[in-house]
Ligand binder design. Structure first.
Ligand code: SF4
Ligand code: SF4
Length: 383
């Protein structure tokens, strides 16, 4: 791989990548979990890039049907791992979604998405303020921003995180009290780049009171670190993953006499964009023997949660999560821990009876017998 710095979203770079992929002998086809799970040749990276290239060159109209393959991508970057040209089909396909939006075309499942995103933000912000009153702050040394999926799908993970903070000497870390629940990755994945830029500016203002903020969503960590600067949004706050915060503190937790073994699933955005590989393993290793899945670290396989795939192709997304857990099931079951709220949700909802899925903080709380109370559920699951 070359180390040449480049912006995969720039028009010149997009055109070059599309041309390379169009004439490629499909070298990365095995790496795409969407085409593998769906069994559809039109969803291999080369075919998706070729489709976007034909649309770019004006060889076909921008319609819901012609743009369908653009939505068959989680942005997981696995194809890039096997590309001699360092091409970025995930990012380029997302840029194609933005062009589709400019042509007035979106995926049918994403109709009125910007309004739905705003409504969901308001609902989740109110929910976290109600369920975690007394644990909120607008400024401080370190803040914790749970992320929209944690609030929407399982606030037990947030409660567990606060309990672990208390136990490891991080009791001063409070939940960021902001009018935004999400850093905006879904807007990027939906092709709403203008709205994403506007949203990023508001998030930057909300986080300004903290020196450092830990977030529990791998895709939004990528969005904040890589796409905020690309959109000209300067964030003075340092943004880290929750695993970054927990790893050095985990040594304060009581170590079980007998360590059980636990699998770790690398979220693809953490593994291939954010460089979050060792931190969650270090945090877990204090309490368990960490077992590796067949596809792990920078070669991890996506759980199906990225790129809004659970909205646009829910059956394929679920099939990807099932594939991810099949290895554990075949080995007799066990516990799978991950470090992203979206991955946790996707894996949990597709786990067979023999497989228990837990987010990192919840696993740390359970394994160290740190008590926490799960708030009563609220809301729906529109993403
Ligand atoms: S990403 Fe690379 S390997 Fe995959 S189709 Fe494009 S040029 Fe070929
Ligand atoms: S980024 Fe992931 S989902 Fe998208 S084309 Fe590449 S391998 Fe497939």
């Amino acid at each position: 791989m070359s180390s040449e710095p480049r912006d995969p979203f720039s028009p010149g770079s997009v055109a070059r990548q599309l041309d390379y992929c169009t004439f490629c002998p499909k070298m990365c086809r095995h790496a795409c979990p969407v085409s593998t799970a769906s069994g559809r040749e039109t969803y291999i990276p080369q075919a998706k890039m070729d489709r976007l290239n034909q649309l770019r060159l004006g060889r076909g109209g921008w319609t819901a049907e012609s743009t369908d393959p653009l939505w068959a991508c989680t942005g997981c970057r696995h194809c890039t791992m096997y590309c001699d040209h360092d091409n970025e089909p995930g990012l380029v396909l997302f840029s194609g979604r933005a062009v589709a939006q400019q042509h007035g075309v979106t995926h049918p499942a994403l109709a009125s998405y910007s309004e739905r995103f705003r409504t969901r933000e308001q609902r989740l912000t109110e929910q976290v303020r109600t369920q975690f009153a007394g644990h909120l702050a607008t400024s401080g040394e370190i803040g914790f921003w749970p992320g929209c999926d944690a609030i929407d799908k399982d606030t037990g993970d947030i409660a567990a995180t606060l309990a672990v903070f208390e136990r490891v000497g991080l009791a001063d870390v409070q939940i960021v009290d902001a009018p935004q629940a999400c850093a905006g990755y879904p807007l990027l994945a939906a092709g709403h780049r203008d709205l994403f830029r506007w949203h990023a500016g508001r998030v930057a203002a909300s986080l300004r009171g903290f020196r450092k903020v830990a977030i529990n969503c791998s895709a939004c960590l990528y969005a904040v670190r890589a796409q905020y600067p690309a959109e000209g949004v300067n964030l003075r706050t340092e943004i880290v993953s929750l695993a970054d915060l927990l790893a050095p503190a985990a040594g304060s937790l009581a170590c079980p006499v007998e360590k059980r073994s636990v699998y770790y699933h690398d979220p693809c955005y953490h593994a291939r964009y954010n460089g979050v590989l060792e931190q969650p393993r270090r945090a877990l290793a204090q309490l368990v023997e960490v077992r590796e899945l067949g596809w792990s670290r920078s070669d991890t396989e996506c759980c199906g949660g990225g790129g809004l795939l659970p909205k646009t192709m829910p059956l394929v997304a679920d099939q990807m999560a099932k594939r991810r857990l099949a290895e554990v099931q075949a080995a007799g079951g066990g516990m799978v821990v991950t470090s992203c709220a979206t991955c946790t949700f996707m894996l949990k909802r597709n786990a067979p009876a023999s497989v228990e899925v837990a987010n990192l903080a919840t696993a740390m709380a359970q394994l160290s017998e740190t008590a926490f109370t799960v708030p009563a559920p609220a809301g729906d699951d529109d993403v």
